[in-house]
Design a binder for this molecule. Sequence first.
Ligand code: DAH
Length: 339
Amino acid sequence: MDKKILEIQETFSQLSPKKLSEVEKIRIEYLGRNGYLTKLFEEFKELSPEFKKEYGKKINDLKNLITEKINSWKLLHEKDVNNKTEKLDLSLEEYPINSGTRHPISIIKNEIVEIFKYLGYSIYEGPEIEDDWHVFSALNFPEEHPARDMQDTFFIEKKPDILLRTHTSSVQVRSMEQEKLPIRIICPGRVFRNEAISARAHCIFHQIEGLYIDKNVSFADLKQTLLYFAKEMFGAETKIRLRPSFFPFTEPSAEMDVNCKLCGGKGCSVCKYTGWLEVLGCGMVDPNVLELNGINSKTFSGFAFGMGLERIAMLKFQVRDLRLYFENDVRFLKQFKNY
Ligand code: DAH
């Protein structure tokens, strides 16, 4: 027994592992289930009682010595590993990272884009700085016509007029110039109007324009498209109604309302006691607009619609002060984390 103990001690004392994996190998070899120490303890069990006391202590001392040495090797080589890959020191405390949230207007825009993408619409974009032709004239706004007053324009230059677009309908014109028929597009973007900033109005806001031109496009197609959109956007139970309206570039024109979910149609301050909420403007593309843009209005017809993203966000999120959408106060923005 003495000899064995000495032998193990002797060979162990000559070891000097260079890395952590070697330390582990030694640990298994000496202290593992089939290791030398375990075998010694097994032999120890067979000893007669008078020897047990003496050898019990010796084997235990050897085991402690080996355990201590292995632990110190471990510490030594773990340090090595940490030094080499400092950035991977997993013992460092976590660094709190506050992930950002999407802006509510982006959330709404993405949702609308997804809905129309499913119907085969592609995204089409145009410039924010425009000329009179694309924003007004090609959309059938006659010169000096009061319809131009509907939109208080920021002019950059006069004669020729260069201006900030007042609506994304200008992108309709760009697409008719550039694309082959049929056209089926939605145009998200920023628009600008010279308005005093208040809870209900802002000089910058966002719109999405829709345009579909093909042979045999009818008002029924428009209505069905908008009904589908409203149900996807506001829930399957949503009802729509179309009210006659006026826009220079559509004939006939309409405004679409959805039923007010807040009061269930009974009337409340949000829907101004009508049970309905206005969502967008729409209509059949005026034949004049098609002709002005080189499209034969006898062969082709189309519909268009345009909506304000802030308005839809207000309805969906019930945030009724427009200014909040522009302040980028994180206390406001982080409330949209789950969308
Ligand atoms: N451009 C209109 C606006 O800014 C919205 C609009 C109404 C767009 C009817 C359309 C439409 O395409 O058909 O108020």
